[in-house]
Design a protein around this ligand. Structure first.
Ligand SMILES: CC(C)(COP(=O)(O)OP(=O)(O)OC[C@H]1O[C@@H](n2cnc3c(N)ncnc32)[C@H](O)[C@@H]1OP(=O)(O)O)[C@@H](O)C(=O)NCCC(=O)NCCS
Length: 165
C-alpha cells in the first residue's frame, strides 16, 4: 500500500470530527472552514473531491471520487450510512452511461442511508428522504424520496438544517 492508501484507511478511524478535515487536506481533499467529517466516514479518491464550508459528513458515509469529481458546496449535510459514488462500474462505463461528476449544491440535506449515483446535480436547498437512491438531477428546494427518488413537494427557502456544535 502507498501513503495515500494508508491515509485513506487510517484517517477514517479518527474520532474527532473537527480534526479529521485537517488530516484530509494533507492528502489533497479541498475542505472549507467549519466542516465536520465524522469517524468511519470513508473518503476514496481525495484529489477529485471538494467539500465546502460548514458541511457535515456523518458516520459510515462513503464518498468515492476516484474517477469523476465530486463537489459538495457550503452548508451541505450528509447523514450517516449514505454513499456518494461517482466511481462507476466497468459495465456502465463500457455502455457510455451514467459516469460523470456529482454536484451537491449549497444547503442541501441528504438523509440517512441515501445513495447518490454519478452524473447528477442535487439542487440548492433540496432534501433527500432517508434511504433514497438518486439517479437523476434533483431540482432546487425540492423534497425527493424513494428508489429511484422522485419529487414529492417543495421545500421552504429559509429552512436551516441543524447546526453542528
Ligand atoms: C422525507 C422526510 C424528511 C419526511 O418528510 P415529510 O415532509 O414529513 O414527508 P411525509 O412524512 O409527509 O411523507 C410524504 C410522502 O412521502 C413518503 N415518504 C416520506 N419519507 C420517505 C422516504 N424516506 N422514502 C420513501 N418515501 C417516503 C411518505 O410515505 C408519504 O407518502 P404518501 O403521500 O404516498 O403517503 C423523512 O421521511 C425523512 O426521510 N427524514 C430523514 C431522517 C434522517 O435521515 N435523519 C438523519 C438525522 S442525522
Amino acid at each position: 500500500m502507498n501513503w495515500e492508501e494508508w491515509a485513506e484507511k487510517l484517517f477514517c478511524l479518527i474520532p474527532s470530527f473537527r480534526l479529521r478535515p485537517s488530516l484530509e487536506k494533507l492528502r489533497g481533499v479541498k475542505v472549507g472552514e467549519g466542516t465536520r467529517i465524522s469517524q468511519f466516514a470513508m473518503i476514496i479518491g481525495s484529489k477529485k473531491l471538494t467539500i465546502g464550508k460548514n458541511c457535515f459528513i456523518g458516520k459510515f458515509v462513503v464518498i468515492d471520487a476516484l474517477k469523476e469529481p465530486i463537489t459538495i458546496e457550503d452548508n451541505v449535510k450528509i447523514a450517516g450510512h449514505s454513499a456518494i459514488l461517482s466511481h462507476e462500474t466497468a459495465y456502465t462505463r463500457e455502455l457510455g452511461k451514467r459516469a460523470g461528476p456529482i454536484i451537491i449544491k449549497k444547503n442541501a440535506y441528504i438523509s440517512q442511508g441515501t445513495i447518490v449515483l454519478s452524473n447528477v446535480t442535487i439542487g440548492e436547498g433540496a432534501i433527500v428522504g432517508a434511504g433514497s437512491v438518486i439517479i437523476e438531477d434533483v431540482p432546487p428546494y425540492t423534497l425527493v424520496v424513494g428508489v429511484p427518488a422522485k419529487p414529492i413537494k417543495k421545500v421552504k427557502k429559509n429552512v436551516t438544517h441543524h447546526t453542528i456544535p
